[in-house]
Design a protein around this ligand. Structure first.
Ligand code: DOR
Ligand code: ZN
Length: 349
């Protein structure tokens, strides 16, 4: 990484270890915003109408992404999608083996009802059949990616991550060889838990959770474009996330959770949750790390720790950011990007 203060940053291309690319037509629209900065990205499987559940789905979805890549960029694009499947109550060990053979490197659990497209999410983490599925993942060397929230009765949305943490602890202890990622960690308690658990547990952190508290969602009018799951929380949570991301602790790395929804789906009476950060991601992260006085830690967070946890070689290409103010467009295609209409300090070259 080469930093010329207040002027220029040249750094290794990113691994974005949590991304929603959706299906066409949105797929072709949004993919180039990630491929401009990332050489690899975890393609989340909660697509609709076809969810990614089996080896066949993995091959089909990878093909869709590769076709979109050809349409949207030159054929030399330095980008590889990292494929996943959704783990549901009926995901068997055999399905794990097949998905693995088809190229899936991770399985994602959405607990039932906690977020976008989790209507068929996992109901029970500890029934014998699903434990067999987790054993199979451990045997195959597949990672377990957890949307770490539980929708319990009389539990506020801001307490859903906290409610999930005992499950994370039990899984981590029961499967010490299974690599587990607490996705988009959003609370001080979540950070503390990941720090305390063994080396088989890590967490991704998004750029928007490094900027927002609940006040930015509902404290000054209702801001649908800041609405996401897990919901941004309190100031001490924000401080803990900033500390973890800039700490140099390899358990914490980038997963943007860039999650585009068409404008009209965000701005309706029941707005969809998800923040489209890909169009501003490296620029925004540079601004955040610079403000923390930790710009020298940015590359480890975006381009080293994730690769190491996933057991992947480091990316070789670089991106360059220059200090050159710009205003984020109000809309990109059908989607409103994060920080729309506001000024950013760094610009991708
Ligand atoms: O805010 C979110 N949006 N959180 C998720 O977990 C899913 C995502 C989506 O798919 O839109
Ligand atoms: Zn997500």
């Amino acid at each position: 990484m080469k930093i010329i203060p207040n002027e220029r940053i040249t750094m290794r291309r990113f691994d974005d270890l949590h991304c929603h690319f959706r299906l066409n037509p949105l797929l072709t629209e949004v993919l180039p915003y990630t491929t401009r900065y990332a050489s690899r990205a975890i393609a989340m499987p909660n697509t609709r109408p076809r969810a990614i559940l089996t080896g066949k789905d993995v091959i089909w979805y990878r093909n869709e992404i590769m076709k979109a890549l050809e349409v949207s960029s030159d054929s030399e694009a330095d980008f590889e999608p990292l494929m996943t499947i959704e783990i549901r109550d009926n995901t068997s060990s055999k399905m794990i083996e097949e998905a693995c053979r088809a190229g899936a490197i991770a399985g994602k659990v959405y607990p039932l009802g906690v977020t976008t497209n989790s209507d068929e999410g996992l109901k029970n983490f500890f029934k014998p059949e699903i434990l067999d599925t987790f054993w199979a993942m451990q045997d195959e060397g597949m990672l377990l990616l957890l949307h770490g929230e539980l929708d319990l009765p009389r539990t506020l949305v801001t307490k859903r991550e906290r409610a999930f943490l005992p499950i994370l602890r039990t899984l981590a202890e029961k499967f010490p060889e299974l690599k587990i990622v607490l996705e988009h960690v959003s609370s001080e308690r979540g950070i503390n838990m990941v720090e305390r658990l063994g080396d088989n547990v890590a967490a991704t952190i998004t750029a928007h959770h490094l900027c927002l508290t609940l006040n930015d969602v509902i404290g000054d009018g209702i801001r649908p474009h800041h609405g996401c799951n897990p919901m941004p929380k309190d100031f001490h949570d924000l401080d803990a996330l900033l500390r973890a991301a800039t700490s140099g602790d390899p358990k914490f790395f980038l997963g943007s959770d860039s999650a585009p929804h068409p404008k009209e789906k965000k701005e309706g009476a029941k707005g969809s949750c998800g923040v489209f950060t890909a169009p501003v991601l490296p620029e925004l992260l540079a601004e955040i790390f610079e403000k923390e006085g930790k710009l020298d830690r940015l590359e480890d967070f975006t381009s080293r720790f994730g690769a190491e946890f996933y057991g992947l070689p480091l990316n070789q290409g670089t991106i360059t950011l220059v200090k050159n103010k710009w205003i984020v467009p109000e809309q990109i295609g059908s989607v409103v990007p994060f920080r729309a209409g506001t000024e950013l300090q760094w610009r991708h070259q």
